[in-house]
Design a protein around this ligand. Structure first.
Ligand SMILES: C[S@@+](CC[C@H](N)C(=O)[O-])C[C@H]1O[C@@H](n2cnc3c(N)ncnc32)[C@H](O)[C@@H]1O
Length: 283
């Protein structure tokens, strides 16, 4: 681990930092419904144009899983938020999936969808799109059924703790794979904190296991209803260096430039990165 002291290494306390307290405080105003509308309803949620951000993210995930190299029994999604799209390709390859978030309101939003309760966000356009690009002839209803069956638990998480899931042993560890989308940079006040958070989540992954990380490039803020969240702006090369520093081999790193028509005033994101990284063995 980089930059941790002894008590942190023992898992006793989180990184103590005024910046982290400010981040945690800002998230208390996070509104899942507004976040979903800002990012997953049209125009960003319009999946009909292949150049859009949604199709790009889903394509990166589908193509990576199609290699057949990312598989195992257990997968943890870090900072799931109120979204499930990030697991639509993953769920065919892992039978035990753990979803996680810092906020109870987001965990509750996930429960609504998993239990098919009234008022749940409708992800069917995403499920249909993933079935289409995977080309396996699966129906979107089967896809959603499989994901619902394979999500075994939704847990609280704090990536600023050396043991992000606590010491309770509620998820099978170490996991065979991690997925994380738009979390680390959106909860870290600076690059050093981003690096430590990456170190922390890496402890949840077995050596040789895979991390699929998606995030915002050069973003400094985003909105979720009343909440205005600060984001640490990161560049592609900083992401690559952080992964190497945390003990990964970078298998793939791709970027997407946000087109003008998708710059909607809900954030100042310039682009997106997708990376497939494999935790090195014996380092
Ligand atoms: C930008 S959202 C990403 C949500 C979702 N993964 C997506 O792809 O849209 C960032 C998420 O990080 C969560 N979060 C905030 N503080 C956190 C922390 N300390 N540890 C882990 N997650 C945190 C928030 O609750 C929020 O759901």
């Amino acid at each position: 681990m980089s930059g941790t002291n002894q008590s942190q290494a023992a898992g006793a306390v989180p990184d103590s930092d005024q910046g982290l307290a400010a981040v945690a405080s800002a998230y208390q105003r996070f509104e899942p419904r507004s976040y979903l509308l800002n990012n997953y309803a049209p125009p960003r949620g319009d999946l009909s144009c292949p150049d859009g951000v949604g199709p790009w993210k889903l394509r990166c995930l589908a193509q990576t899983f199609a290699t057949g190299e990312v598989s195992g029994r257990s997968l943890i999604d870090i900072g799931s938020g109120p979204t499930i799209y990030q697991l639509l390709s993953a769920c065919a390859h892992f039978e035990d999936i753990t979803m996680t978030d810092f906020l109870e309101v987001n965990r509750q939003e996930l429960r609504l969808w998993l239990r098919e309760e009234p008022g749940a966000f409708d992800w069917s356009v995403y499920s249909q799109h993933v079935c289409l690009i995977e080309g396996k002839g699966e129906s979107w209803q089967e896809k959603e059924r499989q994901l619902r069956a394979r999500v075994k638990r939704i847990l609280p998480i704090d990536v600023h703790w050396p043991q992000p899931l606590g010491a309770g042993g509620l998820a099978p560890l170490p996991a065979d794979a991690l997925v994380s989308a738009f979390c680390l940079e959106a909860v870290s006040p600076d690059l050093a904190s981003f690096q430590r958070a990456l170190d922390h989540i890496t402890t949840l992954l077995r050596p040789g296991g895979h991390l699929l990380l998606i995030g915002a490039l050069e973003e400094s803020w985003y909105l979720a209803g009343e909440a205005r969240l600060a984001v640490v702006p990161v560049r592609e090369e900083e992401v690559r260096q952080a992964l190497v520093q945390s003990g990964y081999e970078v298998r793939d790193l791709r970027t997407y430039t946000m087109p003008a028509h998708l710059q909607t005033g809900v954030d100042d994101v310039k682009g997106i990165f997708f990376t497939w990284a494999q935790k090195k063995v014996g380092v």
